[in-house]
Write a protein that binds this ligand. Sequence first.
Ligand SMILES: [Ca+2]
Ligand SMILES: [Ca+2]
Length: 127
Amino acid sequence: MKRPVSLLAALLLAAGGALATASHAGAADCPSGEFCAWTEANYGGQRMNASGDDGWWESYIADEDSSWANHGISGPGVKDHVQVYERSTSHPLGRGDMTICLRPGDEVGYNATANDRGDSHTWAMGC
Ligand SMILES: [Ca+2]
Ligand SMILES: [Ca+2]
């Protein structure tokens, strides 16, 4: 009869953890050290996240990106900015215009210029 009790305790702990995450004021849900983009504004819909460069985004996020967050870690000589481009790096015309650039810690809930245009991103020293 011990098992159901410990299972319930585990569920309660899991629920408490979820609530603690949700109440983290104003912060986009993006892992530390990573760049994230969401298909909907204000960090909604599907999320992509990457700690490195991605020259060709998956189809679910390509030209669907509507909010972004840079949770990269800063440091001397570290590429801590994220540049998003309108095309993939393998496109015959090149990656094209930079649609948005995020400084370390930037969270952008919506941007009309960049909305639904991104196809790739790269970490950089600046914008
Ligand atoms: Ca979108
Ligand atoms: Ca595009």
